[in-house]
Design a protein around this ligand. Sequence first.
Ligand SMILES: [Ca+2]
Length: 341
Amino acid sequence: MTATTMPRPVRFLAIPALLLVAALAPALAATHPGQAELVREVVRATGKDPAVLDALLDSAKIQQGILDAINRPAESKPWKDYRPIFLTGKRIDDGIAFYRQHRALLEQVGRQYGVEPAYIVAIIGVETSYGQNTGSYRVLDALVTLGLHYPPRAKFFRGQLKTLLELPDSRLGGPLDTLTGSYAGAQGWGQFMPSSIRDFAVDGDGDGRIDLNNSLPDIFASVANYLVAHGWVRGGPVAARAQPDAAAKPITVPDAAPQWPLEQLEAWGYAPLQALSPAQPSSLLTLQGTNGPEYWFTFQNFYVITRYNRSPLYAMAVDQLAQAIDAGTRPADVVQTDVGR
Ligand SMILES: [Ca+2]
């Protein structure tokens, strides 16, 4: 389906009919199903001009490519196939170069928020290859297509569309109808959805605006703030290899939230390969590695990364990319052997 197949509002009417048209205007003006109600809600919440909102929504095009993208079967690659996509030599080298180029700002933001800067860089690296690929879909098209024309996900995406329309101009990187992003409407170097822009984006450079496409201070501070707001522990471990013994108890967990003190997992037959506090709240993750199953202890900060993207493989890729970037940017006199990696 394309926008040209949608019913269009009647443009020409005899003058005597104008009063009647005025009475029916909201119903006739709606280009998209549910548009009138959505505009009413945004006006109620913000006092924005309904004519401006309607004009924005009228301009939104349903994009088949967006519907195709969301309908693609969810990726269920094993770790051995997922890892090579993100842990490429180029992505690691680019991350090291990026860190070196922006070291002062990254380390200042890292100190301010209590987030190791290599993790800020790694998230930006996995999301958009350090800002090189922030997405070319018009955000308005993406969220109108998924929010108003795709019932299976309408609840979530209509909410994101409503939030986008409610955001003050100072929280958008430019005029709303020019914004681009992923097929799901995520924007900027860190791929923030509108609700994340509303709740977690910050004005790092203090110019009174938040620009997640053009201001590195805003981008770095927003990613750091997102992590902190979801419980990042300054200096805390993320993940560490576990070595099961022959009688190790099989463990499945509902998500990556820490479930047990590390010593409980040890008692069940999983030995750490590096020094870790026995009381450290932990969970256990099993991955299909190149050489068979890999067992990992995961900790609070791993869980926090899964708040950015629910996939544990994503969180593991971010952790390993961050480790590689950290190893490549650490001052030479403090280089240590990272046991177990
Ligand atoms: Ca700013």
